[in-house]
Design a protein around this ligand. Sequence first.
Ligand code: AMP
Ligand code: ZN
Length: 471
Amino acid sequence: MALTFYNTASRKKEPFSLLPGNDTVKMYCCGPTVYHYAHIGNLRTYIFEDTLCRTLEYYGYKLNHIVNITDVGHLTSDGDTGDDKMEKGAAREGKSVWEIAQYYTDAFMKDWHALNIEEPTRWTKATDHIQEQIDLVKTLEEKGYTYRTSDGIYFDSLKDKHYADFARLDVEHLQQGSRIDMGEKRAPTDFALWKFSPKDKKRLMEWDSPWGIGFPGWHIECSAMAMKYNGPTLDIHCGGTDHVRVHHTNEIAQSECATGKPFARFWMHGEFLRLDGNKMSKSSGEFLTVSVLMDKGYNPMDYRLFALTSHYRNYLNFSFESLDSAREALKSLHKKTDPLIGKATAIQSEEAKKWQQEFKDAIGDDLNMPRALGILNSILKTELSEGEKAALVADFDKVLGLKLDHPREEFVKKPDPNAVDDTAEIEALIGQRTEARKAKNWAESDRIRDLLKEKGVEIKDSKDGTSWKRV
Ligand code: AMP
Ligand code: ZN
């Protein structure tokens, strides 16, 4: 079966191959804005992109995979208003923007590696590419796609007749609906390419430019860096679904107007991770990180497996119950794969080859990782020789990246230094619940169970009584 990906641009699954004469996949993935920790939702997107890279490699492709670090220009509003996220982070923590950027970039890399995400070919920082961004704005200016307001240089989206195509935007409707917050912009879909520093205030990050001192808009960095390292046309561009309407639409507009060439052949977007049905977002400040999971005693691979159990284009709801299920599933996988470590032989039998082909078809079918995991579980139940099973596990793990070539590493729950020991209180509640159950007062017994759950205590009834553990 041909390698097939869902392309957001065409809203269809399309066979993937390189253009004639090319031998490397030109890839660009929008990276983190380093004003805060990456949450496990952001990391779901990077895990999806990692399975994409690993699948391409499994199919024999070489990659030139660029991931950016946004350390300037990302404002709190997509409408080019609001504070700079980096400057806000610096104010929150009483540090310089550069310190904030370094600190959260390091934290991000730690999570990236903990999740066994492969290193890209190149990390690119927005602040290392200011000149390239200025050059791109100059080209757009020369071609007549920009205009100046009192606060910056803007892209004139109405001059790009394809602006609305990618996100299927109803520009007319947008025009009527959103006059608020437009400032001096001519159309709501116009966006800043270069913003001027305020006249009365020195910004922490600012640069000179042909238009005056200021800083680049957020979208321009991705176009400038993607094209610097991959040329005008990428094979694949990725990000989270939230980027389709604004960020990627703007990347396409400014890149294609500047070069006159298609910016990316395939666009792939990861759907959101939700927490209790809501979007998990950095700006709300309420989010879970990989280190929080590790402090709670989870192995990062538990989260990786959890992410792989759902297709990247579906919403995934996070709960500790489902993370626990993933942990149990991974533990039982290890029980079967650990004894196989180091025993791999060649894959020779027809049956083993058939399983390998099924796996390849699953991952090649728009990265169907849930099906790929099912195939891994199935081969462990077959009568294949240990050597062939070991070889298939190692082969599949090149894509799944679950570290099945090592025995599972256990993480220990960190005691909370501020926690009050509430063991006696919990046991008293369990005693009250036992009494309530004896009296067949089910409402009271359920109330106490819920109360214990809120305290992070899980109980289990058996004929020997009630046992409990913290989760
Ligand atoms: P940011 O650091 O906010 O620029 O986001 C980094 C990446 O994470 C982008 O590709 C976003 O689209 C993606 N993203 C943001 N929130 C979520 C979420 N809740 N679930 C999955 N991906 C997300
Ligand atoms: Zn981007």
